[in-house]
Design a protein around this ligand. Structure first.
Ligand code: FRU
Length: 441
């Protein structure tokens, strides 16, 4: 089974991207997966590979609960290459209380996490009997939370030392824990970094920390961070000071949104084929009656992470951008079936409608309205908006079945949204262009 451009659940449920890595000439993208129902449950790691970031080929499930420490789920984590092997670090969970009527879901977050490792010799075979706990459940409350500590992101520095960052909570605030290892097998706790206050989320899920040029960028998925005075689950970023050797990070005083569409969460980054930092995020989909849908959850297209004038930007990955070469008339309504890329500029007050999806420039912001593409769904936020864009707003709009991604000025702001269907309505400003994707064999 193959997906074009946007990886989606092969059936049932997926959430976070995991273990994303360019390894032996292929991109590997694992993901949180519940294979039995289109809703969250006992986590497995699904797996897909791609040679070009355009076509994703689904593989067998890579990780599944198999040992005491992960008997109730293999939560999120990352992958590195070590001595030619693809090595996975992830959070295993064990429920402290079991609901006898529903073994696939925890009772009020009462579960015990620990961090595990599994090495695959080739990225094809994953021997689930060879898992090892590398960071046991944290029992020292001064360091981290016994229950809410998870999502190891591991990297190797230029000296060959391995680093792990974990998300946790401390006194109602998000906190990062840093571990260090000289061989990737034996880990020791090194340091932590705590949010300055409780407005930046009570727990930091799926942390990621990496260098872009001279800057260090942190990605977090804070639980219930304050946005416009309301608690929100939104992936966030900041440029931070980080002393890698001592794992000393200056806490961010504020966080910026990674995407303004309200659907993107738990993104992950890795280095692409050319050593550039790239990111893919999970697209949550508007709530519908679960039983009525065959699948839930998909991934964004890959983006690069760049820092421009101290701001983190997310342009569409050039390998994707450059695949849209076949120009077709822009005014035919988009009805799905294959990805398309539209390019256009919006000046104040102008509107573009793509298969019913409306994008308007209003008070300098880019405002998107998906209501016509989500009939019968009670949308939590019918309108989403970018920050004020100074000057011109050049848009690259990527549409595919069930998703619209709008890149403003090459990633200065991005709005990505899940949609259910497209309509006949198409209205584009002068100068708009449309391209089909060409995949080289
Ligand atoms: C984020 C998250 C992670 C966790 C995983 C479980 O969406 O809650 O923190 O590891 O999903 O599926």
């Amino acid at each position: 089974m193959k997906d074009l451009l946007h990886l989606r659940a092969p059936g049932n449920w997926i959430n976070d991207p995991n273990g994303m890595i360019y390894y032996r000439g292929q991109y590997h993208l694992f993901y949180q997966h519940f294979p039995y129902e289109p809703r969250w449950g006992t986590m497995h790691w699904g797996h897909a590979v791609s040679r070009d970031l355009l076509t994703w080929e689904h593989q067998r499930i890579a990780l599944y609960p198999s040992v005491y420490a992960d008997q109730n789920g293999c939560f999120s984590g990352s992958a590195i290459e070590r001595d030619g092997k693809l090595v996975i670090y992830y959070t295993g969970v064990r429920y402290e209380v079991l609901n006898p009527e529903d073994i696939h879901r925890h009772v009020n977050g009462q579960y015990e996490p620990s961090q595990l490792m599994l090495a695959s010799p080739d990225g094809v075979h994953f021997d689930n009997t060879k898992k090892r706990v590398v960071v046991p459940t944290i029992l020292d409350a001064a360091i981290g939370d016994r229950r809410n500590t998870r999502d190891p992101k591991v990297w190797r520095d230029e000296q060959g030392v391995y680093h792990m960052v974990l998300g946790t909570t401390y006194e109602g605030r998000g906190r990062l824990l840093f571990y260090r290892s000289t061989d990737g097998d034996t880990w020791e706790y090194q340091n932590c970094c705590t949010a300055p206050n409780n407005t930046l989320g009570w727990m930091w899920e799926c942390p990621d920390l990496f260098r872009v040029g001279e800057s260090w960028v942190v990605h977090l998925s804070p639980m219930a961070m304050e946005i416009d005075s309301a608690p929100a689950y939104q992936a966030a970023c900041a440029v931070v000071e980080f002393d890698e050797e001592n794992a000393k990070m200056t806490p961010p005083q504020s966080l910026s949104r990674i995407d303004y569409g309200w659907d993107l969460y738990a993104p992950q980054t890795c280095l692409d084929r050319e050593g550039r930092r790239m990111m893919i995020g999970w697209m949550r989909m508007p709530a519908v009656v679960d039983a009525e849908v065959p699948w839930r959850g998909m991934m964004t297209a890959p983006r690069l992470v760049e820092v421009r004038d101290g701001r983190v930007c997310y342009p569409l990955h050039p390998d994707v951008r450059e695949a849209f070469v076949r120009e077709i008339p822009a005014d035919a309504p988009y009805s799905g079936g294959e990805p398309r890329l539209y390019t256009l500029s919006l000046s104040e007050g102008e509107t573009a409608v793509l298969g019913g999806y409306r994008i308007t420039r209003q008070n300098g912001r880019i405002v998107a309205d998906r209501s016509a593409c989500c009939p019968g769904i009670d949308l939590e936020k019918p309108l989403v908006a970018s920050p004020v864009i100074e000057g011109d707003a050049m848009l690259e709009i990527l549409v595919n079945d069930n998703i619209v991604e709008c890149y403003v000025n090459h990633g200065e702001a991005v709005l990505s949204q899940a949609v259910m269907q497209f309509t006949e309505e198409q209205q584009l400003p002068q100068g708009a262009r449309c391209y089909r994707m060409v995949v080289k064999q």
